[in-house]
Design a binder for this molecule. Sequence first.
Ligand code: DAH
Length: 353
Amino acid sequence: MLTTLVTCLSELQDAACAAIAAATALKELEALDAQYLGRKGALAQCMGAMKGLSAADKPALGKVANDAKAVVTAALETRRATLLDAADAQSLAQDALDVTLPGRARVQGGAHPLAQTLREMLDIFQRLGFAIEEGPEIEDEWHNFDALNIPASHPARDVQDTFFINAAPAADPRAGRFILRTHTSPVQARVMQQTTPPLRFVAPGRVYRNERIDASHYTIFHQVEGLYVDRAVSFAQLKGTLLDFAHAYYGPQVKLRFRPGYFPFTEPSAEVDITCSVCSGRGCSVCKQTGWVEILGAGMVHPNVFRAVGYDPDAVTGFAFGMGVERIAMLKYGIDDIRLFYENDLRFLTQFA
Ligand code: DAH
């Protein structure tokens, strides 16, 4: 009886160890654990047969059974550790982080080319001693036209050029209707009304015209207005200031040319050209083969403008100028279509970032 049981235990141990070694999953191991070592498992059943043994044989079988249990338990543990290691290694391999993968570059923003141009222009004028002033984009007819010696009959006041605001007129009947300012020149009148001379400032800002849109015209654009008023401001000072600006902005090789012009708010008035910065004056499509391009209007402040704002035209003189920011930028960078500034196409914008 004892021998049979010992053989049974040894076979059981061998079978268990073989099955454990062959197991490929932790679940399988748990099942084998229950099958051999569980309360109703093979080992327990074998021990159940101990009841029939003599008191003398019992301890001998007990030892064999305990040894078999220890061997199977150890085999289970070893195999469990091996399978756990393998599972760890697999999940590590699966979740591996490839540190050689390049990161995602952050897209860096930049100032709009018009903002950059304006900043550069204002920097130059500030170095020349000009303050910076601003006025409203919704303006009244008096500041935009009347104060600047532009009479009610002037064609510029036509609805074809001016956007009128659909609102009740200003409380002051002299102010007329509200409009979107068609130039930055009304800032001249506003600042002079609030200040006593001398004064020297530039006024940057957006202006609006009811224009047919094409490569060189847009309904919105920007201007920089300049005004210098003192006791004896001269046309020579105007020329010097504009030449300094052109050299600082376009470079020392640029030449300036003053042509007689007409603006109601200046007398005398001039239209000012620079040597074409695209072809260096040799002649190209931008300058229509002339080598010159117009960049601004300027002149000596008209006595009627001084009168309108309450200055004595016999006591002070002044010069004024106005230039288009888009045009200045187009000439500097060789941009051939004003609409590019307003389409926000990143292929255009990133060239200036
Ligand atoms: N306001 C003019 C325009 O929009 C530009 C201009 C010309 C401004 C002569 C001036 C100036 O101050 O003196 O066309």
